[in-house]
Ligand binder design. Sequence first.
Ligand code: AMP
Ligand code: MG
Length: 405
Amino acid sequence: MASSILEALEIIANNIPLVDKEIIPIEMSVGRVVTEDYIASFDLPRFNNSAMDGYAVKVVDADKTVSCSEVIYAGDNPSMTLQEGTAIKIMTGAPIPQGCEAIVPIENVTVENDTVQLPSDIKMNNFIRMAGEDIKKDTVFLPKGEVINAYTIASLASQGMTHVTVSRIIKVAIFGTGDELRPHFEKIEPHQLYNSNSPMFLTRSKALGCDVRFIRTSADTLEALESSIKSTLDADIIITSGGVSVGDKDFTKVAFTNLGMQVLIDKIDIKPGRPTIVGHIDNTVIVNLPGNPLASMVNYELFIRAIIRKMSGRTDHRHGTIHTVMKSDFSVRGGKHAVVLGKFDGSSFEPIKPQMPGMVSPMQEADGLILITPEIKNLESGRKVTMIPIKWEFCSRLKEELFTR
Ligand code: AMP
Ligand code: MG
């Protein structure tokens, strides 16, 4: 029985196995997912220090002229104690001396010979950066399931970490099926067709951080399909397109089933792209997408993206959404849970016209898609819609409402 779109996403969220881990240098880890909680082994800052170039003072000396003969620089390890009636010149980042109650910035004092005239409003702890106010010792500063970015690396480096444990890169294998298909780098006859799906999945999967192999197009025979499958079973995900409908030569499902595929999702209640299968042979996840390019692209974005995120251990593996409005009227046939591809200009959603399951050209323009329920027949200009972005990764930890209703 067909799964609904939301059921299919739940099956993915609950059944996709995680890849194992590896340890890599932090400089190589952007885009990777951490597989453990990282706990701070010391406070950051490690010691109370000055937030300004200025003077270390006592609060009681506000509005007084105090003597000043010493300086503390960043990198110093001061041993002196600040006495009432004196100030110590101090640079940004330098450890504050014993007895210091506040820092007065250089621009707020008047200096004359060895004395400093202090302002009248000095508050306790002013311009002192406290130990641990940034990252507290023994607390989690980077939780498991987060995707590493340059700023995460700053946190890791600030804790003196050289390496980080992350999910290993997901291995994807891709092949198209269809006697009519030829690779895009070969000469073709007028009745033949270039395989545009496989290069699309290859480059999209790479963009999502996977390591990808492209196995040539498979002929529409059980033998050819089974041989393609056998040569890809070491992958974490096998993505195929074509041969999943009810045509006489649609053998994709039979071939995978013959080789032991357990089916998790058999058809999805979505237009376009209903004949989509998700299953697994041991730990290799299999996704058979329909051959129609736009249908397969839509289901890649909705389901394979979710599979990749889940498999990599991300906490935010669910689709994030953007709430926007229709830029103009758009009529749909209705009666189905359907997908509308469109462009997003920052404030409104403009459907791409025309968009049919067999087309290639609408896909390159799409910034996102909206999911609509069978009751919707017309999306009038100004109507609120919920968009799932495609051109950029916008993910969520929560089960957001994905449908425009
Ligand atoms: P199928 O799902 O095999 O029935 O194919 C549906 C339609 O998609 C047919 O018109 C196929 O020629 C076309 N098609 C299948 N695979 C691909 C592919 N890899 N690239 C482009 N078009 C394809
Ligand atoms: Mg076919």
